[in-house]
Design a protein around this ligand. Structure first.
Ligand code: ADP
Ligand code: MG
Length: 206
């Protein structure tokens, strides 16, 4: 059965690093895997990404527009890339998915969480990842890592409390979802790698 795997976590948690670990792990186990990301993942969704991450000095993006653009990008991604790939029997591994919106827009931005959840459910319905790997990191450690990697984008420039609120939502979503696994991303990389491989191993021993 094709699987849809989402990697979630704050800035600098190690999502991109995790994707590389997953790529290596799956290479001789699964024939067709599509690696993708959000916001973005398709031609038009990547155009929307640009609006979302660019700190335009001309005008601030309001929270509601940010939320709707996130879901515009997501639905384009789901309908034109993720679902067709799964239907063709391919696996899909996405760097971020809907939990990032529940956490960043519903938590970080302080939009009413229940309304963000309703929008999510209206658009995605029953469509959820088969497996979610949540890389948990204190925001100050994640942001320090992200800062070393490159200059911070529009959302990465938010204050610490934004990411603390987002982390709280990530943690509660993980706690309440049987298909989600928390990995302590503050550990040394070789330990994080072992933990990711342990979680992926579950996909093959069921
Ligand atoms: N467990 C780890 N310990 C120390 N540094 C890490 C760890 N995981 C990732 N990094 C480094 O932190 C930075 C951010 O990692 P990255 O995978 O780009 O995070 P994300 O994609 O979640 O923003 C990179 O420079 C990466 O090499
Ligand atoms: Mg990344």
């Amino acid at each position: 059965m094709a699987k849809f795997i989402a990697i979630e976590g704050l800035e600098g948690a190690g999502k991109s690093t995790a994707i590389q670990i997953i790529k290596t792990y799956l290479t001789d186990k699964v024939a067709d895997v599509v690696y993708t990301r959000e916001p973005g993942g398709t031609f038009l969704a990547e155009k929307i990404r640009r609006i979302l991450i660019t700190p335009y000095k001309e005008e601030a993006l309001c929270a509601e527009a940010e939320l709707l653009l996130m879901y515009a990008s997501r639905m384009q991604h789901v309908n034109t890339l993720i679902k067709p790939a799964l239907l063709q029997g391919k696996w899909v591994v996405s760097d971020r998915f809907n939990w990032s919106s529940l956490s960043y827009q519903g938590g970080g931005r302080d939009l009413p969480f229940e309304q963000v959840k309703q929008l999510n459910d209206l658009l995605l319905g029953e469509f959820t990842p088969d497996l979610t790997i949540y890389l948990d990191i204190p925001p100050e450690i994640g942001l320090k890592r992200a800062r070393q990697r490159n200059t911070l984008d529009r959302i990465e420039q938010e204050e610490l409390s934004f990411f603390e609120r987002a982390r709280d939502i990530f943690l509660s979503l993980t706690k309440n979802t049987s298909t989600a696994f928390l990995i302590d991303a503050s550990q040394p990389l070789d330990k994080v790698k072992k933990d990711i491989e342990g979680v992926l191993g579950n996909c093959f021993h069921k």
